[in-house]
Design a protein around this ligand. Structure first.
Ligand code: ADP
Ligand code: MG
Length: 162
């Protein structure tokens, strides 16, 4: 099934000049960019992205670190479309902790830090990108970051193969 999902290239990845390499991973896999922009959000907006749900799953401490981290600099927000895009983008993203993320994934290839290091140093785990984790999150996150007229319906070469 064709789906849309949200990716954020997080501040440290922008600062490390990794935007192009990250986007290439998704384009190479045949995922279509249907929306893209650079934005520098404030903490109020960050709270809408990392909602209370994070506190329940990871703790209030982690959420507070994340809110600070996401506003450190601009992020690149991207909406990708493709077959099973949510699951496929998560697969290409890799697991949350860079130390255990598989090589070949974005988090496994461009970072290596552990949860322990982040916790000992009082910081969020810097893991390069965010990607939506399920259908409901994808829907809410796309609506938060993009207006309807910022998402584009057009054909790419992939549309002739799928
Ligand atoms: P994911 O980004 O893989 O969906 P979560 O949604 O659970 O993971 O967490 C959101 C973000 O919070 C992660 O991408 C990571 O940057 C950060 N994070 C998660 N767990 C921790 C932790 N124990 N310590 C510090 N930061 C964390
Ligand atoms: Mg998540």
């Amino acid at each position: 099934m064709k789906e849309k999902t949200l990716v954020l290239i997080k501040p440290e990845a922008v600062q490390r000049h990794l935007i192009g390499k990250i986007i290439s991973r998704f384009e190479d896999a045949g995922l279509k960019i249907v929306g893209m922009k650079m934005v520098w959000i404030d903490e109020e907006f960050a709270k809408k992205h990392y909602t209370e749900d994070i506190s329940k799953r990871r703790g209030e401490f982690v959420r507070n670190k994340l809110l600070k981290y996401l506003v450190e600099g601009p992020v690149v927000a991207i909406v990708l479309e493709g077959v099973d895009a949510i699951e496929n983008v998560r697969r290409i993203t890799g697991s949350t902790e860079p130390k255990t993320a598989q090589p070949g994934t974005i988090r496994g290839d461009f970072a290596h830090v552990s949860y322990k290091y982040a916790d000992d140093n009082n910081m969020a785990v810097k893991n390069i990108i965010h990607s939506s984790s399920n259908e409901e999150d994808a829907k809410n996150e796309i609506a938060l970051w993009f207006k309807k007229n910022e998402l584009h319906d057009y054909k790419t070469i992939q549309d002739y193969f799928f």
